[in-house]
Design a protein around this ligand. Structure first.
Ligand code: C2E
Ligand code: MG
Ligand code: MG
Ligand code: MG
Length: 283
């Protein structure tokens, strides 16, 4: 089993992990085929700016449309791809996809920044940044229109190497975000030196907003983010109550099922048009 200590100091225990192991391993053998046969699909989930209600960015989340298993969610193949060194091709596929989509949105007059999740093994891979630079040249996309989300545990993996990679990505123009904040082990000293733009409060804290202590922890994270001059995003917001709470705590933006679930691109475009690129709490 896997146990994970979090800032809030509770344990996550995944009892199904062993049972799933076998089926995940066989999936993994098919990942290369999945990319080649276009079975991977990018879904997009909007983020809403709490100041003005504008949707100015989306997070890209991979889905696998498997010929026999149907839609496979990322937690059933990403962790294994990471552990076996197979994540790089997936990350590069997703980046190319999102760069091309970003150009299409630009051409349609939509100002949407696209966030892509990057794994710890990508960040520790010495060839990764050069490959990303090649992709920028190949697609002609603007790095400013993309944001790379890196989990807090990833930035702590090999701090100096990751720090160097983050600096180079910033120099190329990418925005950088710390994902799942509060679930890793980062030292505050190190955190304050990271060349990042955004911090995403992990959903586990959003789930505790009905408790006084949960609110205080979220408030502390928002304050920390702002001290470090970072945009603070609340992820996993499912209720109007949680929206109102994070709004009152001074969060900058919100992402979650309350606003919309991750959607395939065509569905996202229709949804975005229908709401005119803005979202607010229903009265
Ligand atoms: P993440 O980057 O923290 O993404 C947020 C996850 O929370 C997504 O799950 C999203 O669908 C889900 N979510 C968003 N709003 C809500 C909500 O209101 N309630 C609930 N319960 N969930 C919400 P998803 O798509 O299953 O992805 C899970 C994780 O898999 C991601 O967590 C990310 O770590 C990883 N992942 C997804 N796509 C990629 C990818 O292309 N590359 C890499 N390296 N990792 C990916
Ligand atoms: Mg993310
Ligand atoms: Mg996250
Ligand atoms: Mg997460």
């Amino acid at each position: 089993y896997m146990a994970k200590r979090t800032l809030a100091n509770f344990m996550v225990y995944d009892a199904h992990q062993e049972e799933n192991r076998k089926s995940q391993l066989s999936l993994l053998g098919e990942l290369k085929t999945a990319i080649e046969q276009h079975q991977l699909v990018a879904f997009y989930q909007p983020k809403v700016n709490l100041q003005d209600g504008y949707i100015n960015s989306v997070e890209a989340l991979v889905r696998w449309q498997h010929p026999e298993r149907g839609w496979v969610p990322p937690n059933q193949f990403i962790p294994f791809a990471e552990q076996t060194g197979k994540i790089r091709s997936l990350t590069l596929w997703m980046l190319r996809e999102c760069m091309q989509q970003s150009l299409r949105w630009n051409a349609a007059g939509r100002q949407l920044r696209v966030s892509v999740n990057v794994s710890v093994s990508d960040m520790e891979d010495p060839g990764f940044v050069s490959l990303v630079e090649c992709l920028l040249n190949e697609t002609g996309a603007n790095a400013q229109d993309l944001c790379l989300e890196i989990t807090e545990s990833a930035v702590m993996g090999e701090p100096e190497r990751v720090m160097a990679a983050l600096r180079r990505l910033r120099e190329l123009g990418f925005k950088l975000s710390i994902d799942d904040f509060g679930t890793g082990y980062s030292s505050l000293a190190y955190l304050s030196r990271l060349p990042v733009n955004q911090l995403k409060i992990d959903r586990s804290f959003i789930l505790r907003l009905h408790e006084a202590e949960g609110i205080q922890i979220a408030r502390a994270i928002v304050q920390l983010g702002h001290i470090l001059k970072l945009e603070v995003v609340a992820e996993g917001v499912e209720s109007a109550e949680a929206w109102q709470t994070v709004s009152s705590l001074g969060c900058d933006s919100v992402q979650g099922y309350l606003v919309a679930r991750p959607m395939p691109q065509a569905e996202f475009d229709a949804w975005f048009s229908a709401c005119n690129g803005r979202w607010s709490l229903p009265a």
